[in-house]
Design a protein around this ligand. Structure first.
Ligand code: TEU
Length: 579
């Protein structure tokens, strides 16, 4: 039925092509590498593959700067390889979605090259060009004081035509002008129809709420005195024509292909606003990534300024987006990792050697019991963790991390204490944490590449311990646990994928206990979010029995438990009870 389209109970696996699998020994992952792992993904229980940008790109922002939507980045492969990947997915009953990066292009895209060539070029208006402002002393100023995501301002001055262009991200990522209808049509053709016609099943839509900006430019209020440029999302996120644009895109393109979309929706904590994007009646997007969960610990003005948090914060966020769909026709997603975030074991649990396996399984239990379309990021299924704390800044590659590091060094004159804090912040929140090569086995470079020069980005020091080969045949491994949980999720999808969510003891700082129900079916999930034993009282427990435990001895421990509904959970242990 229309309330249950094919993508709602799907498990999606995100592939970051640079770091998944290198097939040709150049140190960089590629599409044939992905093709060589299709059975691995099928075996895990994956239904949809989402591949991060593999398009032609100068790689200033790891492919989120596209210079040609209709070509593949040559080191990753060819359009033919992508056609093979589509076929390889479909022949296994799987689907493929691509990244749709249409808020901006690369400055090397032919559209921008034309746009910047002269003020009267026909494509001038395809990007957002504005004249300078001038200070009283005659100094040239950018049109606004907005801060870009990658530090510094959002405006770059072009000497040749003597105007500024807008870039919310790097200066090599100029923002497209969605106000121009011709531009929108070109985007639909080149970035969307080109691939949908080849059989791609949909898109993860980058920055989906940033296309419509406030056109009357104004300065953002000063909230951070460290820098001239200020956070300004209220001027470019969820802008006045946003829903009109998405309705048009849906009507003219997506609906013609039954394509699924998952939009990236930062800066939108209000459920009513989120519902405007995903309500079934007003056809725009299938679902979105709401950012509350990954924003935990991030400062509003300075993202990387890590702020310690307590468990009730996480619980409230999970409950908020679980209950979001009750009484509405919207849909939600369950995710806690992607290529822009630190690893979940390191962020939400413990990556200490004695706790990291327990932590990874406990988080897997939580994720697989949540309502919504489930997203798994490459390496999450084996419990990969953040990069080692001993690594210096020179090992980091991400433009955002390096921009933050440089701007803080400049603002504080390289203050030792500040820069140590900057490194600690990056070790928790940095995007590089998710971009280390996939750990396939215990051979050199974790089996990711056989390049003599090694991979493009250093492999984690712990790969001999944490790798696919070691976990594949081990029934007690994190991988086996994910696989079993995904299977359980599918067997009980009415309850685990679509069921009602109820949280207990929202203020408890040590444990997270929730129930999922569907008619008479019920599951109670009890999770210990500490490194000590914790006693939990299981709610309305009559008739329930242990179904899954994260500790290998869970069944024995359960049998030995005193009668009643009180249990002791070991550090980072999770248990799932069912009728
Ligand atoms: O991210 C857009 C985004 O909204 C940010 O939250 C992003 O997570 C980034 O860390 C800024 O703080 C998307 C992509 O996921 C990201 O990899 C790209 O760099 C970005 O768009 C630009 O295309």
């Amino acid at each position: 039925s229309s309330a249950r389209p094919w993508w709602k109970d799907a498990v999606v696996y995100q592939i970051y092509p640079a770091s998944f699998k290198d097939s040709n020994g150049d140190g960089l992952g590629d599409i044939p590498g992905v093709l060589s792992k299709m059975d691995y993904l099928k075996g895990l229980g994956i239904d949809i593959i989402w591949i991060s940008p593999m398009f032609e790109s100068p790689q200033v922002d790891m492919g989120y700067d596209i210079s040609n939507y209709e070509e593949v980045h040559a080191p990753y492969g060819t359009v033919k390889d992508m056609e093979d990947l589509i076929a390889a997915c479909h022949s296994r009953g799987m689907r493929l979605i691509l990244d749709l990066v249409i808020n901006h292009t690369s400055d090397q895209h032919a559209w921008f090259q034309e746009s910047k060539s002269s003020r009267d070029n026909p494509k001038r208006d395809w990007y957002i060009w504005k004249p300078p402002r001038y200070a009283e002393d005659g100094a040239r100023l950018p049109p606004t004081n907005w801060r870009s995501y990658f530090s510094g301002g959002t405006w770059e001055y072009d000497e040749h035509t003597q105007e500024y262009y807008l870039h919310l991200f790097a200066k090599e990522q100029p923002d497209l002008n969605w106000e121009n209808e011709e531009t929108r049509k070109a985007i639909y053709d080149s970035a969307m129809r080109f691939w949908l016609d080849k059989g791609v099943d949909g898109f993860r839509v980058d920055c989906v709420n940033m296309y419509s900006k406030v056109v009357d430019l104004q300065d953002a209020p000063v909230v951070d005195n460290t820098f001239y440029e200020q956070p300004a999302s209220e001027f470019y996120a969820n802008g006045p024509r946003m829903h009109e644009f998405l309705r048009e895109m849906n009507e003219q393109v997506l609906s013609r292909y039954d394509a699924v979309t998952v939009g990236e929706l930062p800066h939108t904590p209000d459920p009513r606003k989120v519902l405007q994007y995903v309500g079934l009646g007003d056809r725009q997007l299938s679902m979105v990534f709401q950012f509350d969960i990954v924003a935990i610990g991030q400062n509003v003005a300075q993202k990387y300024n890590f702020e310690p948090w307590t468990l009730p914060v996480l619980k409230e966020i999970v409950a908020k987006w679980q209950q979001f769909i009750e009484g509405t026709d919207g849909w939600t997603t369950a995710f806690c990792e992607n290529h822009d975030q630190g690893r979940s074991v390191s962020r939400y649990a413990s990556d200490a050697p004695e706790h990291r396996v327990a932590s990874a399984k406990m988080l897997a239990m939580m994720m697989c019991a949540l309502t919504g379309t489930l997203f798994v990021y490459q390496g999450q299924e084996i419990g990969m963790i953040n990069l080692p704390k001993s690594w210096p800044i020179e090992e980091l590659k991400d433009i955002e991390a390096l921009g933050y590091y440089k701007s803080m060094a400049a603002a504080t004159n390289n203050d030792k204490e500040t820069m140590a804090a900057v490194m600690r912040n990056l070790q928790i929140l940095g995007r590089d944490n998710a971009r280390l090569p996939m750990q396939w086995d215990s051979t050199a470079h974790a089996g990711f590449t056989d390049s003599k020069d090694g991979p493009w980005m250093r492999v984690h020091d712990l790969y001999p311990d944490i790798n696919v080969a070691k976990q594949l045949q081990d029934p007690g491994s994190t991988y086996s646990f994910w696989k079993a949980m995904i299977q359980l999720r599918k067997e009980h999808k009415d309850m685990l994928v679509f069921g009602a969510f109820e949280m207990f003891e929202p203020d408890g700082e040590k444990t997270f206990v929730f129930a999922k129900t569907h008619r008479d079916d019920k599951a109670v999930v009890a999770l210990n979010f500490t490194s000590e034993d914790q006693r939990v009282t299981l709610p309305s427990f009559d008739g329930l029995a242990l179904r899954v435990g994260t500790c290998p001895d869970a069944a024995d421990v359960e049998k030995a438990a005193a009668p009643g509904n009180v249990r002791t959970l070991r550090p980072w242990e999770g248990r799932l009870y069912m009728a």
